[in-house]
Design a protein around this ligand. Structure first.
Ligand SMILES: C[S@@+](CC[C@H](N)C(=O)[O-])C[C@H]1O[C@@H](n2cnc3c(N)ncnc32)[C@H](O)[C@@H]1O
Length: 273
């Protein structure tokens, strides 16, 4: 099988998010919004500033940024998934200084921007090295780049992850891009930034805990975000029902012993050209 082109990779990723968008961040789990708010606390847009929010999804970081800059500022939020864009456009109706449009995070609109930010997006970009060079170009003097990415995962869920992945034929199992290359450690991330002309990088980490009411709640959440990719692959292989039965047995046990919650470390990096 030939390796997918960067354009095919992007179309695959954004297709998953487009199909997830109807329930994304709306199944009663405080995850993406909590992380987006934390990112904006760190990028700290001031009243009147210009913010570019890349891979905006349903606005986890774009909405708090818009509230922070107020009507004298400007936020442009872009995403390649049309249903994400349409959903956020609706939510942004009372914030006319927030513009939401289709756009590739690898080709940022011309600046200057005081803040370029992206919450849980950059590890999806096949062309991230060139994109970082573009972010440097479009940032205003004194501007900052801020983004979140995943740190240490919750090892106690590795059995469920294994059940999901083992049900997918090996040649269709997606690689864990969120933990690869520059996203493998804070040191690798800072070295990567430095190679692309960003200095004084600073990364902080925080824990996010997600409690689920019951196994169905976990499944609804899993369909509503990037994990949907694994579920779609299981469905395509005809293994979803079988894997669901096995996963439900583990989830039910966790519900019984009070451990039906997921906890993950999220990292937030801030850097300046
Ligand atoms: C994990 S979601 C994060 C969304 C939002 N930032 C949040 O925190 O909820 C990743 C988002 O990145 C978008 N995305 C992935 N690759 C992209 C690209 N090349 N250009 C623009 N958006 C992209 C997806 O469509 C999806 O909405």
């Amino acid at each position: 099988m030939t390796a997918p082109t960067p354009e095919q990779l992007k179309a695959g990723i954004t297709g998953v998010f487009d199909r997830a968008a109807a329930t994304y961040d709306q199944v009663g789990v405080d995850f993406f919004s909590r992380i987006g708010e934390e990112l904006v606390r760190r990028t700290a847009p001031a009243a009147g500033e210009r913010v570019l929010d890349l891979g905006c999804g349903r606005g986890a970081s774009a909405l708090p940024a818009a509230r922070a800059v107020g009507p004298t500022g400007r936020v442009v939020a872009t995403d390649l998934a049309p249903t994400m864009v349409a959903g956020l456009q609706e939510q942004a109706a009372d914030l006319p200084w927030l513009t939401v449009e289709l756009g590739d995070a690898e080709q940022p609109p011309e600046g200057p921007w005081d803040v370029v930010q992206a919450s849980l997006v950059l590890f999806f970009l096949p062309g991230l090295p060139a994109a970082l060079d573009c972010y440097r170009e479009v940032l205003a003097p004194g501007g900052r780049l801020g983004y979140t990415w995943f740190g240490q995962g919750d090892e106690s869920w590795s059995d469920i992850q294994r059940l999901l992945r083992d049900g997918i034929p090996e040649d269709r199992r997606p690689p864990d891009i969120a933990k690869a290359g520059p996203f493998s450690s804070v040191d690798a991330q800072h070295a990567f930034l430095e190679e692309h002309g960003f200095t004084r990088a600073d990364t902080s980490a925080f824990l996010v805990e997600v409690p689920f009411r019951d196994p169905d709640h976990w499944w609804a959440w899993s369909w509503s975000h990037g994990q949907r990719h694994l579920l779609e692959q299981l469905e395509a292989a005809g293994n979803l029902d079988d894997v669901r039965r096995r996963v439900d047995a583990v989830l039910t046990e966790r519900q019984r012993d009070g451990s039906l919650s997921f906890r993950t470390e999220v990292r937030c990096t801030l850097a300046r050209p």
